[in-house]
Design a protein around this ligand. Structure first.
Ligand code: PHB
Length: 357
């Protein structure tokens, strides 16, 4: 019977197990360029079936947090190259997450200019800036004529990812960032062909996915969605219908996987969504994410409700998570205070079960 330790095919890759490391923002790239400390962190976790990196912004416009890495300049590509080499040397696989924060940003990151979004709708909450928390602002609505340029940035970032040695990319369409802002009607009230109907709100994600698949091959592409996540003040009037359509339409483009955040990070979901309706509409690999432990991970694979399970915080705190699950060993406790920013503390100093070379 399939369980978390069963190898699998993902696109052209053979993965050692079915435990993905979920993308996690760690804010340790001060100049947007990956560092040797980040190399150490990812290398330590190369035992994952596949690592999906923290979000990497696709352009200057895409940034929304301090010290997040980019994937659009030569220097960033060089920095990531050392990381992909190290992970591959350890036998691992690694995808980079392509990120545009949209309205979840602040003028401080854009020389005083407003962040951009599908519509001029201000999210409740605050942005993390270099000067601490500041209220979100009302973003500038993107003009229709700007959207081809954004699609081009995704294509360019995907090309940079391949140049950096990544096995593939994950298009971040979850958690209230730009592509999710287009998908859900709480953040998109456009009256052009990118707003209104579910088909129209899904259009930008499909065009981005098509451009990225065309650039690097669909078997190297994954997409992440979060149908019920209220994080970043996200709402939709009919998430089941929306995300059923997203899955159906994405499936035509044949990306390798659909990665679904099945929970709400804020606990205030709009309404329940049956994730199996989404899964049944998507032909590729379904990666389940959100609060899974070993038992629930094995159960969801055994019932074929998912093909793979992504672990976030458990992988952060346990670089050897697959080995700990195999042995039913105790898990390290994650230190929340060191999640975002800082140094090696709470990053590369979580103990292994066994000393590693
Ligand atoms: C975060 O910084 O809290 C964060 C970033 C990206 C996500 C989710 C959360 O997709």
């Amino acid at each position: 019977m399939t369980d978390l330790t069963t190898p699998m095919k993902l696109g052209a890759l053979t993965l050692a197990n079915r435990m993905a490391m979920a993308p996690m923002t760690r804010n340790r790239a001060p100049a947007t360029i990956p560092t040797p400390l980040m190399l150490e962190y990812y290398q330590q976790r190369a035992c994952a079936g596949v690592i999906i990196t923290e979000g990497a912004q696709i352009s200057e416009q895409a940034v929304g947090y301090p010290a997040t890495p980019g994937i659009y300049t030569d220097e960033q590509v060089d920095g990531w190259r050392s990381i992909t080499d190290a992970v591959h040397t350890k036998g691992g696989a690694i995808f980079v997450q392509l990120w545009h924060c949209g309205r979840v940003s602040h003028p401080d990151f854009h020389g005083g200019e407003l962040p951009v979004a599908p519509s001029a709708i201000r999210p409740a909450g605050q942005a993390f800036t270099y000067e601490g928390l500041k209220d979100f602002v009302t973003p500038r609505e993107l003009a229709l004529g700007e959207l081809p340029g954004i699609i081009e940035k995704y294509r360019h970032a995907a090309a940079c990812a391949i140049a950096a040695g990544f096995d593939g990319v994950e298009i971040h369409a979850a958690n209230g960032y730009l592509l999710d802002q287009f998908l859900r009607d709480g953040s998109n009230n456009r009256t052009d062909i990118y707003g209104g109907s579910i088909e129209n709100r899904t259009r930008l994600l499909l065009e981005v996915t098509a451009a990225v698949c065309n650039e690097i091959g669909a078997e190297r592409v994954g997409v992440r969605i979060s149908p019920v996540n209220g994080f970043n003040d996200m709402h939709d009037s009919d998430p089941q219908a929306l995300f059923n359509h997203v899955a159906t339409a994405l499936s035509v483009l044949k990306p390798a996987y659909l990665h679904v955040v099945e929970v709400s990070m804020t606990g205030d979901a709009d309404s329940a969504v049956d994730m199996q309706q989404i899964r049944s509409r998507f032909a590729g690999c379904y990666i389940a994410n959100g609060g899974y432990d070993k038992a629930r991970g094995n159960a969801v694979l055994a019932t074929e409700a998912a093909d793979m399970v992504a672990y976030g915080v458990p992988f952060l705190a346990n670089p050897d998570l697959p080995e700990r699950f195999r042995q039913d060993a105790a898990l390290n406790t994650a230190d929340q205070a060191s999640f975002y920013g800082g140094d090696a503390s709470g990053y590369t100093d979580y103990p292994f079960l066994h000393a590693v070379s």
